[in-house]
Design a protein around this ligand. Sequence first.
Ligand SMILES: N[C@@H](CCC(=O)N[C@@H](CS)C(=O)NCC(=O)O)C(=O)O
Length: 217
Amino acid sequence: MDELTLVIGNKNYSSWSLRAWLYLAVNDIPFEEIRLPLDTPRFYQHIHEYSPTGCVPVLHHGEVWVWDSLAIIEYVERTFAPQIGWPADPKARAVALSAVMEMHAGFPELRKHYPMNCRKPSFQAPLRGEVRKDLTRLDHLWRNCLDASRGPALFGRLSIADVYFAPVVFRLHTYQLPMSQPCLDYVEWMLALPQMQAWAEAARQETEIVVADEWQD
Ligand SMILES: N[C@@H](CCC(=O)N[C@@H](CS)C(=O)NCC(=O)O)C(=O)O
């Protein structure tokens, strides 16, 4: 069986990396990790050995290179048929896929103004730009899923949808952004996952600073 290698950025800042890493971790799939800290000479020196786009994450498996977080998750799900995948019910799966695609392409204000910064102590950040619009939409989306599934995960059991929203979970926590109580409960539940805690702990051990991703008053 070919080994899996996952190339990621900093655990503190790289939200796209977290998705691919977390999916392998929650499924207990062994992989070698190559960490290239973003915005460093080492990153620019080596990233093109692995990634045609110059971005992380990238997965290497035998002859295959996969260079997008969702494509990596899809590939792993198809190749290894792990325990945690898409919801089994076709209707729930369609909703989950829509939510994941919405996350992949959307919530631009949340992403722009509130960079993932796992090790930053949680604080009450002011609302910037049009983020209220993104938060309202996110709350509505999560509430619909949680109401239908009755939690604790978006679709009842942990699925790819939860993995895909993991960076948003860290952002909501760090910046204490306003969400309804069921969504805040969901954030707490996600943060308590051992794999989320392992990622956050590794982020706290990192020393590199990406100035553009640090909060500016
Ligand atoms: N659509 C890609 C986005 C990947 C992405 O933008 N990665 C960021 C890090 S979180 C990156 O590599 N940035 C480095 C750069 O653009 O120089 C995915 O889903 O994997």
